[in-house]
Design a protein. Sequence first.
Length: 141
Amino acid sequence: MTTLRSAPQSRTQYAWPLPDDAKAVGQARMSIRGVLTELGLDADLVDDAVLMVSELVTNALLYGDAPYELAVNADAREIVCVVVDSGKPLPAPRTPDDGSERGRGLHIVAALSEGFYGCHPQRYVTCPEHTGKATWFALPR
């Protein structure tokens, strides 16, 4: 995974707590589509971001622990989308066999973000007293 770059000093931040169930995926899709459309991103880029957020939230629900959060950091150069959970295991790409129903999510994120993705410790925006792991990807503006 790519190393996280320093956060820009001047940025806009959005954050949403996510429920501890399958509704989190739909809520995250709706939230990310709304904010990225509002920020004026190209429709194809918005669709890619919605797919990547869906994959990261699904991974957080399957392999992480609550609480869950979606955050978006936007500046003039790029948009960084972050899914935070409190689980200990770090995400790791797997090599699925042809019949596997799982194991492709991080490959999708890596391809669509052109390798600008990763995982690191992070405080929650919506619950600053908690620290979790943030799985993220970046898109050019």
